[in-house]
Structure formats: structure tokens, C-alpha cells
Design a protein around this ligand. Structure first.
Ligand code: ZN
Length: 341
């Protein structure tokens, strides 16, 4: 039944006004789904339920013969400087909500209620980890009931924001979307999102979402919005503050990547600083991003940054609490594999 009257196709095509093409909606359709199953009322209902959950739209809005999907009520804030950004970011928020609900249900620990200052959080992480690294930060968050994952498999041609943070009930959830290889860069993004929820920027209601379109990973100080300034300051303090700034200056003039990597390792040794952050900070001072990028590769003893985030996530996710649909959805968006469990 390849006709365009197929109700499954009509349903997927109906998300256009929300900024999602039929092909992008198909990204959220489980692999077992066959469009022909929509000829049956029960089959169509199943697809409606799955899409409503995964894209955070009201199920009732999908029931009509000519469906008009509507996002479920949420307090949404979009941090973008692009004029057309908000429709695309609204779609991103829908995707974020759908995934955040799955993660919140699969997190064993009760959510952290305390708001920690960046120096306090830094001190807590350093009790267990040698520095506030990407892995250390993600582990600490999961252990305190804050899920963090990387959405590697973002729908094609849908605007890819850098990151978002959301609230599911009282639980904050951090989603990283930006593709980066260097762990230090994603550590900055996670630290920034942590700054948002630790500073109460999600306090408005239980369904709040904050989408960060583009974050100043490489440059500091251009954030115009007050919340963005607060989250950036929080991130910088969490990652090392004055000690980090002084280590970056100590690295001095460099023109070879291996020497830069060595100088950063030396400057960070025994200081609780991550050498990758020292290189990032050095690049902010010198604007030599090319050399910094090459030097960071010498420090990569771990996997690429998104894999670091998702390997940590996988070790904390409670598989018994995950429905098979939730697992399918999570696996699809994050590229995590659960079939070897
Ligand atoms: Zn932000």
C-alpha cells in the first residue's frame, strides 16, 4: 500500500508546522514499524502513542483523520541568536522531552535537591576524581540522580543545538547534542548546563526545558543574556576558576602541538585541573585554535567525547526499569547498544 493516503504517512507528514519533515519524524518511528500496519486502527494507535511520547506531543492531537500535532505544555526557553531558530529549537525541545522522560525513568538514584555552588561541586568531584573531567563530571551527575547522554544520532537536517537541560518532575536531565571529539569541549558544555540547573534556571515548573543553540566553547564573554552569563561563569569556576586561568598563562608561548600538550600536562599536574581544559583556556588567550586542537588529540587517552558520555550513561542506566520501547528509542538516538546485556 504505497498510496499517499496511507494514514501512517499522513501522520508523519502532519508534523510540518512543528518544524519536522516526514523524513525527520520517521527517525523516531521504531524499526519494527511497517506503514501497512496503519490500515488497522490498533496499529495506527500504536504509532500515534509512540510518536506522541517520543516527540512530546499531545496524543489527542494525533487522533484526527487530519492530525494537527501540538507540543505538550512546557516552559520552554530557547537561547539562540538566530531569528528562525525558535521553530527548530521547539522541535529540538520536543525531542529532548521525549528522551528525558525515558532517562528519568531509568535513573536509579533520587534526584539531587541541593543547589551547589561551583566551588562546592568542584570540591565534591575532586574527592573522587583527579580533575573535573568529562567522565568525572558525568559520573558525579548520574550518581546524584542527574542523567546525562549524548544524542549522537540527531535527525538529519534538523538544527542541531549544542545542548539542553530539562526537568522531569524534580529531576534535571542534561542532553548534549554538539558533535565534538575532544572531551574537554564537551566537559565545558556539560558544566554549562549544570550551571543552568544549579542556578535555578529550570525552577519554573516540572516540565521546563532550556535549549542552548550555540555555546561559547571557544570564546568566553560574548553571552548577552543574564542566564547565559551565570551558566558560563559557573562552568568556568567548576572547571578550575582562577587556578585554571593561571595555569593557562603558565603554558606561555607555544608553537608545536606536542610541546603544548606537554606544557599543559605539566601545568595541570597535581592541581586538580584537566590538561584539556588548560589547552582550551590557553587557546582562548592566544586564539591559536588550530594548535590547541592538535595538542588536545595527544591527550586523548579515552574514546571520542560522545562515547565517553554514553559509556558512563550506560553504566548507570537501570535496564530493568526501561521499557522495550524506551530502550529502542534510547538506543536509536544515542547509538548505545543494549543487546549484549
Ligand atoms: Zn546556556
Amino acid at each position: 500500500m504505497a498510496s499517499t493516503k496511507n494514514p501512517a504517512k499522513a501522520l508523519m507528514g502532519s508534523f510540518k508546522e512543528l518544524g519536522l519533515t516526514a523524513a525527520q519524524v520517521r527517525h523516531f518511528v521504531p524499526e519494527w514499524w511497517d506503514d501497512d500496519a496503519a490500515a488497522d486502527e490498533g496499529g495506527l494507535l500504536e504509532l500515534q502513542i509512540v510518536l506522541a511520547r517520543r516527540l512530546n506531543v499531545a496524543l489527542e492531537s494525533l487522533h484526527a483523520t487530519a492530525p494537527k500535532p501540538e507540543f505538550r505544555a512546557a516552559t520552554r526557553r530557547f537561547k539562540t541568536i538566530h531569528p528562525e531558530g525558535s521553530t527548530q529549537l521547539a522541535a529540538a525541545a520536543g525531542v529532548g522531552h521525549g528522551l528525558a522522560h525515558v532517562l528519568a525513568g531509568a535513573c536509579k538514584t533520587e534526584a539531587l535537591q541541593e543547589r551547589l555552588s561551583p566551588t562546592d561541586l568542584r570540591a565534591r568531584i575532586l574527592e573522587t576524581y583527579p580533575a573535573v573531567t568529562l567522565e568525572g563530571l558525568c559520573r558525579w551527575l548520574w550518581e546524584h540522580g542527574v542523567p546525562v547522554v549524548h544524542i549522537l544520532n540527531w535527525p538529519k537536517q534538523l538544527r542541531r543545538p549544542d545542548a539542553m537541560c530539562l526537568r522531569v518532575g524534580a529531576r534535571p536531565v542534561v542532553l548534549v547534542v554538539r558533535k565534538e571529539i575532544a572531551p574537554a569541549r564537551l566537559a565545558y558544555l556539560v558544566a554549562h548546563e549544570t550551571g543552568h540547573f544549579m542556578s535555578g534556571h529550570l525552577a519554573a515548573d516540572n516540565n521546563a526545558v532550556l535549549v542552548d543553540d550555540t555555546l561559547p566553547v571557544d570564546e568566553q564573554g560574548f553571552a548577552k543574556d543574564e542566564d547565559e552569563k551565570v551558566a558560563d561563569t559557573y562552568a568556568m569556576e567548576l572547571l578550575g576558576g582562577d587556578a585554571l586561568r593561571s595555569a593557562c598563562r603558565d603554558v606561555g608561548k607555544q608553537s608545536e602541538e606536542v610541546k603544548l600538550a606537554a606544557a599543559a600536562l605539566k601545568a595541570s599536574k597535581g592541581t586538580g585541573l584537566d590538561a584539556g581544559q588548560v589547552i582550551l583556556g590557553w587557546a582562548r588567550l592566544t586564539e591559536d585554535w588550530k594548535l590547541a586542537g592538535m595538542a588536545m588529540r595527544y591527550l586523548m587517552t579515552t574514546q571520542a567525547a560522545p562515547i565517553v558520555v554514553n559509556d558512563v550513561a550506560k553504566s548507570y542506566i537501570d535496564l530493568n526499569a526501561l521499557s522495550s520501547d524506551g530502550m529502542d528509542h534510547l538506543a536509536r538516538l544515542t547509538s548505545m547498544r543494549f543487546d549484549d546485556e
